[in-house]
Ligand binder design. Sequence first.
Ligand code: PMP
Length: 405
Amino acid sequence: MSTTIAPSVVVPSANIADLQPSATIAVAALAAQLRAAGREILDFGAGQPDFDTPQFIRQAAAEAVEAGATRYTATEGMFPLRQAIADQASALAGGRWPVTAHQVVVSGGSKQSIFNACFSLFGPGDEVLVPVPGWTSYFEIVRLARARAVGVPGDPDQGLRVDPDRLAAAASPRTSGLILNSPCNPTGSVYSSDEMRAILDLAAERGWWVLSDEIYRRIAYESAAPSALQVASDPSRLVVVDGVAKAYAMTGWRIGWAVSPEPLARMMTALQSHTTHNAATVSQHAALAALSRVGESDDAIATMVSAFRERRDAALEVLGGVPRLRTVQPAGAFYLFMNVRPFARDGADAGGEIARRLLDEQGVALVPGSAFGSPDWIRMSYAAPLDQVVEGARRISALLHDGVR
Ligand code: PMP
């Protein structure tokens, strides 16, 4: 006798009722699915370096495990790692104010650090300014905190960056925070010190919290990308988020951190103590090696950044030949953001249409700009081998040439 099991009806709670799954992760999953079905797919969707974690870091982690680093640490992370992060932050602040280990909370990736900060600072009735285009998770994380993310359109003539006028125009008496991301995902735009200072000054004047997501800071091509720690004149409402994922090719290790005023660090620690507790202990040891063995890290980062630069230049060279294709000139991160509006039939979602056609007709996976609030655009991640980047750019160029109408 067989019993029939009724399909589950799952009604989401109000907490997640409006939540959208991550579009960038969805593209990677679709590309993997097509590949598993036998199609050759060039995947430029992923937001992660294609390099292996540097050997000395892997070795340090293996040694730590053998030496018994297999148990819990303090919720906020082990002290030597927090001290190394605090030392780096103090150096960026140039001695204008000290940063102590008590201001550092280590989490399971900078994504969790951003969640901790937003969930601790913002709630119902609050508005948070988010430059558009902006990383997809900012909008959903702010929403999870039951606050409202207010998109602030970037200036197309300034690499889609925002400025104090644009922020002031989008602000309201309910504005309580602002998320900055430089170098920016998805544009690769980098704010100069002066641009960042003007924004931080406005935020300080209005009493807004600034969450500066600096996960791509070490991946910069023209000159070093400034940290908010270097330019802020007042750190009392500043949260700087960083991590090892991108610069050290350590996405899978899941280590990020927030540097904030100490009372906020205590709140985020309390929050994290009831969610995930400490970030994986072995990964904390790996991150400590990455941060403390500066010479070796600097060499590894320089090698990866020069490879990214070569790929960026190669992609731009091919795509620069496509008439009417506008791209943001990326000065950091590893993304190329392209406006495909002139090539699409779908006026509402040009990026979605072109991304679908690229996948179907050319076997090229990239992310539609709608994931970042900019549906006229597509994002190509050039964190892939040079020959693939060139081939991918050729295929994009072929589709856009054919598709010109
Ligand atoms: N911020 C930005 C702008 C990102 O692009 C990403 C990863 N795609 C993250 C944060 C999250 O990084 P992590 O792996 O440290 O959680």
